[in-house]
Write a protein of this length. Sequence first.
Length: 574
Amino acid sequence: MKPQYGVEELRDARRQSRGLYWIVGVFSFFANMLMLTGPLYMLQVYDRVLGSRSEETLVALSLLVVFLYGIMGILDYTRGRIMARAGARFQAALDKRVFDAMIRRSAVAQDAAAQTGLGDLQSIQRLISSPVLSAFFDIPWTPVFLFGIALFHPWLGMLAIGGGAVLIFITFINQAFSRKPAQQAQIATNRAGMLSEEIRKEAENIQAMGMRGAAFDRWKVARDVSLNESMSATDVTGTFSSMTKTLRLFLQSAMLGLGAYLVLLGEITPGAMIAGSILLGRALAPIEMVINQWAMVQAAMKGWESLGGLLERVPPEQPRTALPKPKAKLDVQGLTVVPPGDTRAQLKTLSFKLEPGQALGVIGPSGAGKSTLARALTGVWRPAGGVIRLDGASIEQYEPDVLGQHIGYLPQRVQLFEGTIAENIARLSAQPDADKVVAAAKKAAAHDMIVHLPDGYDTRITPGGGRLSGGQMQRVALARALYDDPVIVILDEPNSNLDNEGSQALNAAIRTLKEQGKSVLIMAHRPAAIQECELLLVLDQGARAAFGPRDEVLRETVVNHQKLQKSAAVGGIR
């Protein structure tokens, strides 16, 4: 049987709390039965106590009411706590699955569902834990209470049923009219939030280039759209909430008025008049709760739909048999890569081999496919054709986290994370291995730079690097790529932010890796970056233009190869 993903996974997570929902249903039964305490108390007070003027009867009834209301309060409190735990269980069951799907989808495509995946999950959890869902357990009791009112007098029953029908009609109208404005408001709010976060991340550049006013104007446009859409959605839902509240109050007053008229006719007692009004309020309360909190219900419904689509597009990864640590042998055979969302291949039938202890430089004009090759080798983008083998096994046979331990990666755009330098080098490990952290920093020639910082390896940095310069961030990122002794290291423009000292340290790190039997791939524009490379791969429009020994390839393909070789010699590789 084919496994079911997407919405079926959400249903499976919900089914885990089926027993809790049954308990809440049972508690709701008794809680709603106890809701009859007030009306029955009123009946007894008006029809028996006032008629008999018996203080003993009043005291006994009052004590019984206190006891019953206490039990009702305990039941209501308990089912609220149970629903909170059901919501927490639902979220806990899907946290890792949604997080993995969000990361995997975001790594290959700009998908709105991926960006809001965890938020969608939280919106569903909030609904499950909220009193709104408990109100859905109470709504089936609304006809029972309306029938109880009809027992007092048919006219009272017709008024209650008619009012209840109008409220239910308003609920459906509310859903129909508020669905689209709510979705548009959510989209606009997300867009404004993403823009503000982008501006915050690039605050330094915005300040330096005098773009603050323009950035504010751009954000203000998005924010105004968000506010207008939010106000439109609030106007719609607020209109229906006000209608519901007004109608409920009117119905309760109408129930008292009609009851008083029937009392004057001698067809019901004063106690039945008061009890009918109380029962009507109780019957309509869950409907009013749902209407007033309909925005939360819609957010959860939208989250359910969006999250189901994300999980369907990104099925869970199947467990893989653990393989021994590979040797630094890379074999790329007929690799073709089509970027996600595109129809044109960025790499076309590319083939090359890399043996332990070798360094390969990958050069070519911008857009030739160098960064695409790096993404494919690290497993971020899946090949559309061909295969990438690490020590004979295709990289798909490795768990993503395990593959990341074997292949160190320094991306073209360095991004650090909130935390200490040690945590960043240790790839966000909660308990970094100090020996491995220091060893990686020394390999990257970053140890001396780090220990001269105020708190050394415990220096806290922000996602943008804080006070670290671009070169320092790149040295820390290189140490992160070398953490945990990877067998292959991929460096995408590794010296773009490095000074001469940093470039020499990088070359020393590459020499050390080769001496240890590791393999290194360097995507480069600058000649200094390929000083330590024995092999050179030239890409042109995604295809292999040349591959072989560095100097030989330079002579055959580059017009100013002598100048490039002289630049390499000045760099101290000979």
